[in-house]
Write a protein that binds this ligand. Structure first.
Ligand code: CP
Length: 376
């Protein structure tokens, strides 16, 4: 298996002792793998995702696309017909508005949430999704785990794997960690955000939210605004939107753009938000990833807000039916003013709600839930 270490990332620690670190995006570029395959690959490490599981995951979707999925183990390409997760999402959406938001679908299954980087939305929605599916859960990340005593992540995973958990949900500041975890367990592994690499479940909940609002992706003009180069959200969402037929525009200062936007399927790059806004059906604002900055990419936050902030004044440049998305957390007054974040165009709270539904659907599919458990 090739070892590809991108120059832009910091030195790796003992965590990568197995020499299996692979940067999916770079590998994809070098092997001509198409972007949505990366999303699926990150979502379901193919070591544990059989062809049948992948087909099941994709079989119920409204987006009629053919995609080639990389089978990591064999390096063979498998063609499957994809449609949407719509019916599953809708089923779980219905569960989430019941007075008693719980089904016995996954009784007896155990999930380990391994969050080694802060999270409110992803962690909270995964935990709720697991509990509402009647899974047993443990939380092994953070200051209460033995990682703070010097235990390597590989040892942590092997220890928890010995306890026979069925799934790991992994958030980590280093790219590739979920993949590495999948090399040390037979449990399913979901990437809950790894470094500035990928955030596939965020992309799926964004797609579902946008699709509910707009009904289709074909020709939809989606602008991703802000700190794109450090954003794992953009890393998953941009290629997924392009794959589904949307026209994706990147709007950012040059210091916050990826090196090769065209490789992600981007239609156009704008330096000016004012120029791009009248075009857009969806305005997707990103937070500046302060924790990942090595040097200041712009002179001041005030200047950034002036040029790239979605302010009340800029609303008049927007199409009448344009919507505003943000993955959260928001830095109010920097990329997004409160007037816009809390206004009628904002679907930010809908994104959060979709997150629980989408994650329930994914967990259910990956752990092989039985249909009859849903109706209870
Ligand atoms: N969108 C997102 O990943 O937010 P959290 O970091 O709070 O999980």
């Amino acid at each position: 298996m090739p070892l590809i270490i991108p120059k832009t990332l910091p030195a790796y620690d003992a965590l990568y002792e197995e020499n299996v670190f692979v940067m999916h995006r770079e590998r994809a570029l070098s092997q001509h793998i198409r972007p949505l395959e990366i999303l699926i690959l990150n979502l379901m490490p193919t070591k544990i995702a059989t062809e049948t599981q992948i087909a099941r995951l994709l079989a119920n979707t409204p987006i009629q696309v053919h995609m080639t999925l990389l089978q990591t183990a064999s390096h063979a390409a498998t063609h499957v017909s994809a449609a949407h997760l719509e019916s599953f999402y809708k089923t779980f959406e219905e569960v989430n508005v019941r007075p008693i938001k719980k089904v016995p679908a996954l009784r007896g299954k155990t999930i380990c949430n391994l969050f080694l980087e802060p999270s409110t939305r992803t962690r909270g929605s995964f935990e709720l999704a697991e509990k509402r599916l009647s899974c047993d859960t443990i939380n092994a990340g953070g200051s209460a785990s033995s990682t703070v005593k010097g235990e390597s992540l590989v040892d942590t995973v092997k220890t928890l794997d010995s306890m026979k958990v069925d799934m790991f949900v992994v958030r980590h500041k280093y790219a590739g960690t979920p993949y590495m975890v999948s090399q040390h367990t037979n449990a399913a592994v979901i990437d809950a955000g790894d470094g500035k690499h990928q955030h596939p479940t965020q992309a799926l909940l964004d797609l579902y939210t946008i699709w509910k609002e707009k009904g289709s992706f074909e020709g939809l003009k989606v602008g991703i605004v802000g700190d794109i180069v450090h954003s794992r959200v953009a890393g998953s969402l941009v290629p997924a939107l392009a794959k589904l037929g949307a026209e994706v525009y990147l709007i950012a200062p040059a210091t916050m753009l990826p090196a090769a936007p065209e490789a992600l399927g981007v239609a156009r790059v704008y330096a000016s938000l004012d120029e791009a806004l009248p075009e857009l059906d969806v305005v997707y604002m990103l937070r500046i990833q302060m924790e990942r900055l090595e040097e200041a990419p712009f002179p001041s936050l005030r200047e950034y807000n002036l040029l790239y902030g979605l302010t009340k004044e800029r609303e008049e440049l927007m199409k009448p039916d344009a919507i505003i998305c943000h993955p959260g957390p928001i830095n109010r007054g920097v990329e997004l003013d409160s007037y816009m974040a809390d206004g009628s165009r904002s679907v930010i709270t809908d994104q959060v709600f979709s997150g629980v539904c989408v994650r329930m659907a994914l967990i259910y599919l990956l752990l092989g839930g039985a249909n009859d458990g849903l109706s209870a």
